[in-house]
Design a protein around this ligand. Structure first.
Ligand SMILES: Nc1ccn([C@@H]2O[C@H](COP(=O)(O)OP(=O)(O)OP(=O)(O)O)[C@@H](O)[C@H]2O)c(=O)n1
Ligand SMILES: [Mg+2]
Length: 403
């Protein structure tokens, strides 16, 4: 196959490949960028593989950065852009166990491609547009098939994360996992236990945000991969409920996790613990925790002003998106109106603050002050009290008298 017009992102990199070829070596675009080019999908980054050793690349180009030289990766700087090139390599251990990370540099493209995960990811693209397809990747792309290169067991033993990548691609591309590959995942699922949770998380999040999350989740469940994921090991029944959701439209990672914790029926405290096990950021945990009460109130069809106020605009919108999956949502426009109708959107908008109350109402700094401010906020949000200084100070007098 020859691709006549390469997507624009390749253009500035072509002369770089050309120069490597002119020096007598081979150089190709490889991996996801080739797969996505053939599919006509957007390309976010390009990877280059070459027969030249890192030292040889550095001899060809004036400006390079050693970004991962022990793995064979050197960045070539060209006209202000960096291009990562990786020397053809093979996982060895047995061939040359003295090399760091068991990586051996090789001169042949096929040696490099045959240790890649799936046939659709084992395509190489020459600078002139020629696609090198040694493992029937093009046919599998056409058939919408995720198939391990060679023996699935071997591929998954080299890197167990690949099993998560398989289910992620099933969702992301809406492809089917080939039977033998699926069997390989079932047999090796426990190896996922050896993989850092952060790496698993990235794949799981991509799965949840893919084109067909139900397909990916279905594979994630039937292969048993979920057993080796934090907080999911004993939750097969609950997770299976996700397969019944037929209106997935997840727009961000906060929503993705909110779906999972909603499905698992976790409360706010359990959600914190669960997400901490997955090593998500504190920001994500905060966002998801803000969404949960909104989702619950949408479910109960009694969305209150206070709930909207506490969550804030982003969490409110995200929560409605999650609720949509379950048929609990209200029209976005209506929700927006309800939110915009809040008398105040944040505590800072309250017509009095701690300072005012200390000065004008003689309240001492401390717990009581916080409690009173909170009470005022709730009354204003609920529309029981106008947000002006006079009314609020009068209310404070009343609260003081009532003790
Ligand atoms: N565990 C892995 C990870 C990567 N690869 C190979 O390295 C390439 C680049 O990896 P990466 O950028 O992680 O994935 P992509 O396939 O490019 O997918 P994405 O679109 O998410 O970048 C893959 O296509 C594949 O050939 C692999 O064989 N095994
Ligand atoms: Mg990539």
């Amino acid at each position: 196959m020859i691709i006549k017009h390469l997507p624009a992102i390749f253009e500035p990199a072509r002369p770089v490949l050309q120069r490597i070829e002119d020096a007598g070596y081979e150089a190709y675009f490889v991996g996801g960028c080739v797969r996505d080019t053939v599919l006509g999908d957007p390309i976010h980054d390009i990877d280059i593989a070459t027969s030249a050793y890192p030292s040889e690349i550095k001899a060809i180009f004036d400006r390079t950065v050693d970004t991962g030289i022990e793995h064979g990766t050197v960045m070539i700087l060209d006209h202000g852009t960096g291009y990562e090139t990786t020397t053809f390599r093979t996982e060895s251990g047995y061939q040359d166990f003295r090399r760091p990370d068991n990586v051996t540099f090789v001169r042949s493209l096929s040696e490099d491609l045959k240790r890649r995960d799936f046939t659709i990811n084992a395509l190489a693209l020459k600078e002139n547009g020629e696609v090198i397809d040694l493992f029937n990747g093009l046919e599998d792309l056409k058939k919408h098939l995720i198939k391990a290169v060679g023996n699935p067991n071997e591929r998954f033993h080299e890197d167990a994360l690949r099993m998560m990548r398989a289910v992620r691609f099933a969702s992301k591309l809406d492809f089917v996992i080939a039977t033998e590959t699926l069997t390989g995942i079932k047999q090796n699922a426990d190896l996922l236990g050896k993989i850092a949770v952060e790496r698993i998380r990235v794949e799981f999040e991509k799965l949840l945000m893919g084109q067909n999350p139900v397909a990916g989740l279905s594979d994630f469940l039937r292969t048993g991969l979920y057993r080796y994921c934090p907080g999911l090991a004993n939750r097969y029944d609950s997770l299976s409920g996700l397969l019944l959701l037929n209106n997935w439209q997840i727009q961000n990672v906060d929503q993705a996790w909110a779906v999972i914790v909603t499905q698992l029926g976790l409360n706010v405290q359990e959600t914190s613990n669960f997400l901490r096990q997955w090593k998500t950021s504190n920001e994500l945990i905060t966002n998801v925790k803000r969404m949960l009460p909104v989702i619950q109130e949408l479910k109960a069809q009694k969305l209150s002003a206070l709930c909207l106020f506490n969550a804030g605009e982003k969490a409110v919108q995200d929560a409605n998106q999650v609720a949509k999956l379950y048929g609990w949502s209200i029209p976005d426009e209506q929700l927006k109106e309800q939110y915009n109708a809040l008398p105040i959107k944040s505590g800072k908008e309250l017509a009095v603050n701690g300072g005012t109350l200390i000065k004008e109402s003689g309240i001492k700094p401390g717990r009581l002050l916080g409690k009173i401010l909170n009470q005022l906020t709730v009354e204003v949000v609920n529309g029981n009290l106008a947000n002006n200084k006079g009314d609020l100070v009068t209310e404070v007098e009343k609260i003081k008298k009532e003790g």
